[in-house]
Design a binder for this molecule. Structure first.
Ligand code: SAM
Length: 203
């Protein structure tokens, strides 16, 4: 299903915020939806995922099969990329681990690019539909437990359907700033119109 999803605007948002030809550590690359465009735009990408099935589809990048919340490659990068709402993980400690991994791999002048749900997520309970390329999607809020939202997305590609259940929290500016600062990083600002992409740097 991820192979069928178009890359959309995300690679250009990342590219425009990154130095030309920069090295990028991509956390949770999946099958390389963003990776392949970033490589075509001149970046050197190391793609990390814990799924060998996903990494098998990544071409043109070094791949590392590992837990992205607990990785130490002993190398530093111009850009560390944490796309796909990893920062919205429902567990505060996991959000801290993610940011610690980002900092550990960041060169002295490097930047972290984090993609979160737009502040205020989810806008409402119930069901919303949309599409991306050939894939139709239905998003449902299933329940709420304090700040933790249980949701699901149903992906439909032709006759093939896949349902992904997940939990997430809204990471608004205050929550983001607190987590980022306790990881020894600094929020430098949003890099897109919807404040979903945020740039971080060293303190
Ligand atoms: C929603 S997919 C997004 C993939 C890609 N970033 C994209 O935008 O198309 C999330 C990816 O993160 C990977 N992932 C989830 N938890 C992980 C973990 N703890 N360590 C490494 N990879 C993980 C999954 O295997 C999956 O490929």
């Amino acid at each position: 299903m991820y192979l069928a999803l178009p890359a959309g605007d995300d690679p250009m948002i990342v590219h425009n915020a990154s130095p030309p030809g920069s090295s990028i550590l991509e956390l949770g690359s999946g099958p390389g939806r963003l990776t392949r465009v970033l490589i075509a735009l001149g970046h050197e990408v190391v793609a990390v995922d814990d799924s060998q099935e996903m990494l098998a589809h990544v071409t043109g990048a070094e791949t590392v099969r590992a837990d992205l919340f607990d990785i130490d490659l002993g190398r530093r990068f111009d850009v560390v990329l944490a796309a796909s709402h990893l920062i919205n993980h429902p567990d505060e400690h996991m959000r801290g681990s993610l940011l610690a991994v980002c900092k550990r791999h960041l060169s002295p002048e490097g930047i972290v690019l984090v993609q979160r749900y737009a502040p205020g997520w989810p806008p409402q309970d119930g069901e919303r539909t949309g599409s991306a390329g050939p894939v139709d999607m239905t998003f449902r809020v299933r329940s709420r437990r304090g700040a933790v939202v249980s949701a699901s997305v149903t992906y439909q590609l032709g006759t093939v359907q896949w349902i992904q259940d997940y939990e997430a929290v809204d990471v608004d500016d205050d929550l983001l700033t607190a987590a980022v600062e306790s990881a020894g990083l600094r929020v430098e600002g949003s890099i897109d119109d919807t404040a979903t992409w945020v740039k971080l740097g060293h303190q």
